[in-house]
Design a protein around this ligand. Structure first.
Ligand code: NAD
Length: 538
């Protein structure tokens, strides 16, 4: 089915520009991630988007794009060549110079049109996400919607980018306004193929920059569709470019002097590398990394509501959310609730994302499935209790899919591998403590600080938790506390590198630099022509 979508979109139109016909010339080192696929395959190829054109890559290395529910080969993603990466940069550099001259009002109009077009194409985008990423159609629409909210924030740039002015002495004013940086870049993970690109390029472009996006090589389709919509909304050629690939493409972005800032979301290893390499090259880098999000269940919690919320947040999206509640801390007698939680989890239907009955789809790759199953086994081997085992699940009609059913490990200890690693699959690890203080201590000792939640009916308990917990996003009876813009995504400690958060005011600040001007226009000069010989006192 996706082949049909790909064929009907300009993704598959081989727009042959002079750029695409350029001779292949690169001495890039061997790639670590690309499977070496010959372009003799019949699968459609994913294009680069350079200077407003969908351009066939001249790559000699291609990455296979599979439907995780079926293993159907959906397309081939190029490891864009060095020439193509340079061409994208050249185009973005030239476009940034002109785009920054446009007014905030003009850019606001473009963003208003973009938000309208995304809304119109919500289902088409969501269907592509189901095919490439595997999540359910409803959840995929949520993926687009949460990104759309950032486009809506970008529409408010006329007030959010407003400067400041103060009279600092007689006839002297200092004023501050924020200027764009020039060329910016975004590097995306696979788990939110629409939302995370939309955290990045709309705010950067609204602020007057150009942007080079590198979507995840595992599901680039939504980004390609968004590029088409951006062009239709009036984003000029070169203001948004898309290149593809993995390690070498990313390293190019880290090293290319014309690129002034990098937004990254993804795993710890890649993020640490990009942050260090980008910083070493003098770039501004914001990097959101991995997570291990704990939910605390207090004995006074509304049991039914808490168990429902936890099952949804632990197993929804097959656990592949950076804010998934992957770790449960049961306080006191609430450990007796675990069998009931397992019952709820068992009722969740695992299957193909377009099936309206499905609650959770496959994980992204066979390797991700194999890793999750191995980590579950490591828990068992280290003494945890396997309360619910979702390994080896087979979905009728989708026997080749990377499915893992909801899995619960209880009696987990903090030294076990299944606790220390981010599993990124529908696997919930449960620990027990006697008091709230112990729960807080346990969570604060974990290196990650992305999100946490407490389930309680006590205001004072919630208040104590909120103040003492060292995690950037706190939910109170709210399982996935991802703030909407105009707040920012405020993961902390090991879940972030860099000081400026995604979206919200901080998001716009990341893509701009402040300039202050101190201006002296003496009113007296309008009427007096004599020089003053006295010492200036301002
Ligand atoms: P990933 O790190 O494998 O990939 C992210 C991007 O980095 C991709 O574009 C990829 O091409 C590139 N990349 C991967 N390895 C690289 C390397 N060695 N050198 C240079 N570039 C490299 O992440 P993923 O598996 O796509 O996404 C899942 C991860 O993202 C999870 O850890 C999840 O917690 C995290 N995530 C975090 C947030 C957040 O806001 N904190 C949001 C979503 C996802």
């Amino acid at each position: 089915m996706l082949s049909a979508i790909l064929k009907s979109s300009s993704l598959n139109r081989a727009a042959q520009s002079p750029l695409a016909r350029r001779a292949f010339s690169t001495n890039l080192p061997m790639l670590q991630q690309a499977s070496q696929v010959k372009q003799t395959s019949q699968a459609p190829t994913v294009k680069n988007f350079i200077h407003g054109e969908m351009v066939e890559s001249q790559a000699n290395k291609w990455i296979e794009l599979h439907n995780p529910a079926t293993q159907e080969l959906l397309g081939l993603v190029p490891e864009s060549t060095l020439d193509e990466l340079k061409e994208a940069t050249k185009s973005a550099e030239a476009a940034a110079k002109e785009w920054k001259k446009t007014t905030a009002l003009h850019r606001q109009r473009v963003m208003l049109d973009l938000q309208y077009l995304i809304r119109q194409n919500m289902d088409r985008l969501a269907e592509n996400i189901v095919q490439e990423q595997g999540k359910t159609f409803v959840d995929a629409k949520g993926d687009v919607f949460r990104g759309l909210q950032v486009v809506e924030q970008a529409c408010a740039l006329t007030s959010q980018l407003m400067g400041e002015k103060l009279t600092v002495a007689k006839d002297m004013e200092t004023y501050m306004y924020r200027e764009p940086l020039g060329v910016t870049a975004g590097i995306c993970p696979f788990n939110f193929p629409a939302m995370i690109p939309l955290w990045m390029f709309p705010l950067s472009i609204a602020a007057g920059n150009s942007m080079i996006m590198k979507p995840s090589e595992r599901d680039p389709g939504a980004m390609m569709m968004l590029a088409e919509l951006a062009a239709e909304a009036g984003v000029p050629k070169g203001v948004l470019n898309i290149v593809h690939g993995s390690v070498d493409c990313v390293n190019f972005i880290c090293d290319e002097p014309a690129i002034k800032a990098i937004s990254f979301v993804g795993s710890d290893n890649a993020g640490k590398h990009i942050y260090t390499r980008g910083n070493a090259n003098g770039k501004r880098v914001q990097a959101n990394l991995g997570a291990k999000n704990h939910a605390v269940v207090m004995p006074d919690a509304n049991k039914q509501a808490a168990l429902n919320a936890i099952a949804g947040a632990a197993f929804g999206a097959a656990g592949q959310r950076c804010m998934a509640l992957s770790t449960l801390v049961m306080v006191g007698e609430t450990k007796e609730w675990l069998p009931e939680l397992a019952e709820r989890a068992k009722q969740l239907k695992v299957g193909y994302g377009m099936d309206p009955e499905t609650d959770l789809g496959p994980v992204i790759t066979p390797q991700a499935k194999e890793r999750a199953e191995r980590l579950v086994q490591s828990g068992v081997d280290e003494g945890a209790n396997l309360l619910l085992d979702g390994r080896g699940i087979v979905v009728k009609g989708y026997e080749k899919g990377n499915f893992v059913g909801p899995t619960i490990l209880s009696d987990v200890k903090t030294n076990m591998e299944c606790y220390r690693e981010e599993i990124f699959a529908p696997v919930l690890v449960c620990l027990q403590v006697d008091t709230l203080d112990e729960a807080i201590e346990l969570i604060n000792a974990n290196p990650y600080g992305n999100g946490t939640a407490i389930f309680t009916n006590s205001g004072p308990v919630a208040r104590k938790f909120e103040h003492e917990i060292d995690v950037g996003q706190v939910g109170i009876n709210s399982p996935i506390p991802v703030p909407v813009p105009p707040f920012s995504f405020t993961g902390s400690r090991g879940s972030i590198l860099g000081d400026m958060n995604f979206y919200g005011k901080s998001g716009l600040h990341f893509y701009t630099k402040p300039k202050t001007v101190t201006a002296l226009w003496r009113e007296a000069d309008a009427t007096h022509s004599r020089s003053s010989v006295a010492m200036p006192t301002m």
